[in-house]
Design a protein around this ligand. Structure first.
Ligand code: TXA
Ligand code: MG
Length: 357
């Protein structure tokens, strides 16, 4: 299949491009599209066959449900059975935007889309291209992240091309995304609602609107033997090819420890990668060193994380060390994705330095 790549200007959306993309979706084809979080792999969410194609293109296990993207509130009651009161308050506050809510599904939504579950995940994105595309496709577009399963989510159309060229009909390219991490997921089928995946909308932000919310314990406790409630969270997603270890501790200690680990790697002929920040970039000598942004701006770090992980896949590094980041605000989502990429491997800087001295 030849994949058509169309650039599209968010501020001056070309209607004929949207029509062409919408037609592909209506006919059961696949179109990758920008959202404010990451690029999505669009298909008609009400078409079982289109869901099958989605899983095949991503190489994704078909028990991992897709998110249904809508463009307005009128679309919601048609695909869900019951809308809890809090939904409206949350939608007022955070839709359109990086929030996915889970409801009991209506019969309109095929089990193929929900990975066999009786619940459905719904999101109303704010990206104007995404919104126009959803309208152009008939109102319901399933959109998992547009990456090959097991690779970091795509934050540019180029990332989508790397993974899905030749496997889908079209890619809409409107440049790099705004946020860079997938939406927050909130399960509305339980009381109180439960966070299944952290994102740009934080627990504090939810609680300011609806009061206490719960958090899936597998997010809090890395050693939990329970399966995460969002099926996709159980996979070792976002994984770079090299082994990744997070180094914890106070900044000076961390730099010292990573310097030593990189030097040891170099001495033994290995090529080590380092995920640094603008503040620490100049302090390292050995290995492939990349800054993920400034600690002054967590938003930038969120936006750069997946790009940096992808870049390391193209380098000959076998071991990556990353500085740890603060877990306040969007930092919680950053560390959640980094933890998953690292398979929860950590080193204490002070320990590393102690054995050195
Ligand atoms: O920001 C986003 O949410 C992006 C953009 C494209 O909108 N989409 C995205 O989709 O991240 P995906 O498929 O990569 O991740 C969807 C997550 C998976 O972890 C999946 O298991 C979970 O949502 N999920 C979907 N439906 C669910 C359901 N009914 N119950 C529990 N978890 C569900
Ligand atoms: Mg994904």
């Amino acid at each position: 299949m030849k994949t058509i790549i169309k650039t599209i200007d968010k501020n001056r959306i070309d209607k004929s491009t949207i029509m062409q993309a919408g037609d592909i979706l209506k006919r059961g084809g696949l179109v990758a599209f920008p959202t404010e979080t990451v690029y999505g792999l669009g298909a008609n969410a009400l078409d079982e066959e289109a869901a099958k194609k989605t899983y095949a293109a991503k190489g994704r296990p078909s028990d991992n449900p897709l998110i249904v993207h809508i463009a307005n509130m009128e679309a919601l009651p048609k695909i869900v059975k019951r809308i809890p009161e809090d939904t409206y308050r949350l939608a007022d506050a955070f839709w359109p935007g990086p929030l996915t809510m889970i409801f009991e599904k209506s019969d309109l939504v095929p089990l193929g889309t929900t990975g066999g579950l009786e619940t459905v995940a719904v999101r109303m994105p704010s990206d104007p291209v995404a919104r126009e595309l959803i309208e152009g496709a008939g109102g319901y577009v399933s959109g998992p992240s547009a990456n090959t399963s097991g690779r970091p989510s795509p934050t540019t159309a180029e990332h989508v091309r790397e993974d899905l060229d030749g496997k889908i009909e079209m890619i809409l390219d409107s440049g790099p995304v705004e946020i860079g991490l997938e939406s927050s997921i909130l399960d509305m089928t339980v009381v109180p609602p439960m966070i299944l995946r952290p994102g740009a909308i934080t627990r504090e932000m939810f609680e300011a609107v609806i009061g206490p919310v719960a958090v899936d314990e597998t997010l809090v406790n890395a050693d939990s033997k329970q399966a995460p409630k969002a099926p996709g969270m159980k996979y070792r997603h976002y994984a770079p090819k090299a082994s990744l270890i997070i180094v914890d501790g106070e900044e000076g200690e961390v730099v010292k420890a990573i310097r030593r680990l990189a030097k040891e790697g170099a001495d033994s002929g290995a090529c080590v990668g380092i995920i640094a920040t603008d503040e620490t970039l100049g302090k390292y000598e050995h290995g492939v060193i990349k800054s993920i942004g400034t600690r002054q701006d967590e938003q930038t770090i969120a936006k750069n994380l997946y790009r940096v992980l992808r870049e390391f896949d193209d380098e000959a590094v076998t071991q990556i060390y990353s500085e740890a980041f603060a877990v306040a605000g969007i930092g919680k989502a950053i560390m959640n994705r980094l933890e998953k990429a690292a398979g929860h491997q950590h080193l204490q800087a002070s320990e590393v330095n102690r054995t050195a001295d």
